[in-house]
Design a protein around this ligand. Structure first.
Ligand SMILES: [Zn+2]
Length: 301
């Protein structure tokens, strides 16, 4: 998996601070997570082949997480897109987008499928060939979900040297890759695991923005390889975090520690802070493997 941060700031867009949007590449598939204002410019700036996006996941209907969506849909239309597009987001997202298109007498040549969400329990919302996506219900001022992306197990890898040593004919290699036991030229049955390597373990990524401190998510995101957790405020502004239903960097780190994740990525910084190093310093007092999201930064997961 490869994560590209297109924007990781809260509230108003500024020339050097873009609202939330991320591209996740999962085994050749591109998905867009949130779509703040200006996302399509960021997609171009970081040279993302965005015609390949087939699924868009919107956490909630605050402007800094979805005001870029109608512009992006319009651009896809102008570029002649014909591939289906699936949009997952809170109930109401379909009405919001279709109203704007309708008022401009606009339309799309491609099919737009809306998958509207209103459950407060985690649910699997996509079962693709190589990955699945589940909602992570969060606690914010409006109905909000995070998303959990999980790779499916990869096929075992062919060990060519072992297969040759055991006198397995090349014509059986495809069968071996599909997991079958085969027979060698002497009629011996060769077990699949003797001629294959274990595949890399499947990776997982949890996106959690926006939310107040909400430990109920810990079990669901347990041991993910990477967790993006919002940290709108520093500990000094804890009261403000409670009031606005956001998290502090320390609270994000507590969640990361309780869930025993591989890596914590912080973002959704309030515009009141000029420097973000304190976010990392505060979180690292609790959870060492913490990194800061920055616009344009990529993370290998
Ligand atoms: Zn919000």
């Amino acid at each position: 998996m490869k994560l590209t941060i297109l924007g990781c700031h809260s509230a108003t867009p500024r020339w050097d601070a873009h609202p939330t949007a991320q591209i996740l590449e999962i085994r050749g598939n591109l998905v867009l997570i949130d779509c703040g204002e200006g996302t399509q410019m960021q997609l171009r700036r970081y040279k993302v082949k965005f015609s390949r996006i087939k699924h868009i996941f919107i956490s909630h209907l605050h402007g800094d997480h979805f005001y870029g969506l109608v512009g992006l849909i319009s651009t896809f239309h102008l570029l002649g897109r014909e591939t289906d597009m699936h949009i997952y987001g809170p109930k109401g997202i379909k009405e919001a987008i279709l109203l704007l298109l309708k008022l401009g007498k606009s339309w799309t040549k491609f099919n737009l499928y809306f998958h509207e969400l209103d459950s407060k329990e985690p649910q699997e919302i996509l079962d693709d060939e190589k990955f699945t996506v589940e909602t992570i219900p969060l606690d914010h001022r409006v109905y909000t979900n995070g998303f959990l992306f999980k790779e499916k197990p990869r096929p075992r890898k062919l060990d060519v040297d072992a297969a040759k040593k055991l006198n397995v004919d090349v014509s059986y290699f495809q069968k071996i890759k599909q997991g079958a036991d085969v027979t060698n030229e002497y009629g011996d049955i060769i077990k699949n695991e003797k001629v294959t390597f274990d595949p890399d373990p499947p990776k997982s990524y949890a996106f959690c923005s926006d939310t107040s401190y909400f430990p109920q998510i810990v079990d669901q995101i347990s041991k993910v390889n990477a967790l993006y957790h919002e940290s709108t405020f520093l500990d000094y502004h804890h009261a403000l975090a409670v009031k606005t239903k956001h998290s502090t960097s320390k609270e994000a780190a507590v969640i990361a520690k309780k869930a025993n994740v591989g890596k914590l990525i912080l973002g959704h910084y309030s515009g009141r802070y000029g420097d973000h190093d304190m976010f990392k310093a505060e979180a690292q007092e609790i959870f060492e493997n913490t990194e800061l999201a920055e616009d344009g930064k990529t993370f290998k997961i």
